[in-house]
Ligand binder design. Structure first.
Ligand code: 5AD
Ligand code: SF4
Length: 465
């Protein structure tokens, strides 16, 4: 963003803010409702949308009926996510009927696809504007335009190669925070829509990232996740391992973690830095494998082999024996045979991941894999493979979690259970979900929990101390 664009942005922000303040003085407080779908990057974007809206005088509400501004922060990674977002966008119709002044903004990955923007323009007349991820910081401009011109706005890419800085953020949890270190992706895995909707890789300056982490730590944040589509290709005046090493030197009682990594880019130096700072680096590595078949990995354009992947796992475990490993797997990529799928199951048995996020392949229009309809795996075969994968992974995860039984773990408390006001949930440094009864102010605090029981997805215990 150049100086002129920034001035325009600030002017728009002030205009909307003044209008909202005038309205508030006249007894009409304006409210913003935000719903985020999808990945952590989107969660982080949602916190920026909220930060900007609050800066402009909107008060945050969790009740869509109360809202004057609705922001739907969509995901496009699988069709299911898009359909869900479209159905929620559809619900805005009756809200607009009740409140003709209601502004509905659709943001996020869905709106970076021309096809979807056309669909929203034509089929959803109550959608006031769209804002794709690379233009997120232009929310004040979008609002200012629709308020002044009284017409709908459909933004087109502002992907000028720079990561926007200085956007206000309202963090959901004071004790656990996301820090984006880079945006976009250059990898073009053949199934994936992300490079098309989030644009090319843009890394933030290291000094900016370091300053943000320092501030978070000073404000009491205990667990910080560095975010990027492929953090290993972070590049500013240092690479990712260099950035981590500098962040690890920041004093305070906090843990650092990161996601997501691409196996082709995991360097020895990164593993060295993680091992050198055991009290600072969370012993967790999320490393998407996607498939255990070299043939499919090649068709996915992943640019590594299973052997290479297993080599990284060995290095990680040699450097940090207790490290938690998690992964993403796609089931039913076009052309996946029973033999390919058996190789994936075999890889799961060999690595023994603590947790696997598995997905049914979903064709994304515009991606190379989606063009190969003749090779699509039938839905019933995909579902059957998916069930087999889940059953195997549950067994592996249960065995991995059982190793915690009888041990005492330091856990950062995140939330209270909805069903039982005495039950709390938190995570170990290694990222394991833990449930335990507690009393008093424990959210945001570290507690020591003796693990009594494990299931494939969580640990259950009691606080000791
Ligand atoms: N279909 C199914 N899963 C997908 N992912 C990305 N694109 C698709 C798709 N078209 C999965 C990958 C990625 C995770 C975030 O989502 O496993 O790592
Ligand atoms: Fe998608 Fe591959 Fe980029 Fe990950 S690395 S965002 S799977 S293209």
């Amino acid at each position: 963003m150049n100086i002129q664009e920034n001035e325009q942005l600030q002017a728009c922000l002030q205009k909307v803010k003044q209008k909202n303040m005038r309205d508030a003085e006249n007894g009409k407080q304006r409210y913003v409702y935000i719903q985020t779908f999808g990945c952590q990057q989107n969660e982080a974007d949602g916190e920026k949308l909220r930060g900007m809206a609050e800066e402009m005088g909107y008060r945050y509400t969790t009740d869509a009926e109360q809202a004057d501004l609705i922001l739907l922060n969509t995901c496009a990674v699988r069709e299911h996510a898009e359909l869900k977002a479209l159905s929620i966008i559809g619900n805005c119709k009756h809200l607009r009927e009740k409140n003709p002044e209601l502004i509905v903004g659709v943001c996020g990955c869905m709106t970076a696809q021309q096809k979807r923007v056309e669909q929203l323009k034509k089929g959803y007349p109550y959608v006031t504007f769209t804002l794709e991820p690379a233009s997120l910081h232009l929310l004040p401009v979008a609002l200012c335009r629709v308020m002044e011109e009284h017409r709908r706005r459909f933004f087109l890419g502002d992907d000028d190669g720079e990561a926007a800085e200085g956007v206000p953020i309202t963090r959901t949890h004071p004790h656990r925070a996301y820090v984006s270190i880079m945006y976009g992706c250059n990898n073009f895995c053949t199934y994936c829509i992300v490079p098309y909707v989030r644009g090319r890789e843009r890394s933030r300056e290291s000094e900016r990232v370091i300053a943000e982490v320092r501030e978070l730590v000073a404000s009491g944040c205990r667990d910080i996740t560095l975010l990027g589509q492929n953090v290993n290709s972070y590049k500013s005046d240092c690479d990712f391992a260099g950035l981590l090493a500098r962040l690890c030197e920041i004093p305070g009682d906090f843990l650092l973690r990161f996601m997501t990594s691409h196996p082709k880019d995991v360097s020895d130096r990164l593993i060295e830095v993680m091992a050198k700072y055991p009290h600072r680096m969370a012993p967790h590595f999320h490393l998407p494998l996607q498939s255990g078949s070299d043939r499919i990995l090649s068709a996915m354009n992943r640019r590594y082999t299973v052997a290479h992947y297993l080599g990284i796992v060995d290095k990680l475990r040699a450097a940090m024996p207790d490290i938690t490993l998690t992964s993403d797997i796609i089931v039913g990529f076009p052309g996946e045979t029973e033999e390919d799928f058996a190789a994936t199951l075999d890889a799961l048995r060999r690595v023994r991941f603590d947790m696997v996020y598995s997905f049914l392949y979903s064709p994304r229009s515009g991606t190379p894999a989606a063009e190969r309809e003749e090779r699509f795996v039938p839905d019933e075969v995909k579902s059957e493979r998916f069930a087999r994968l889940l059953a195997l992974q549950d067994e592996i995860a249960l065995a991995a979690n059982r190793r915690y039984e009888g041990k005492t773990e330091r856990v950062l408390t995140d939330s209270i259970s909805r069903g039982d006001r005495n039950m709390y949930s938190g995570r170990t440094a290694s990222g394991k979900l833990v449930h335990y009864p507690a009393e008093g102010e424990v959210i945001g605090q570290f507690v020591h929990v003796k693990i009594e029981r494990a299931d494939p997805y969580a640990l259950h215990g009691v606080i000791v101390e």
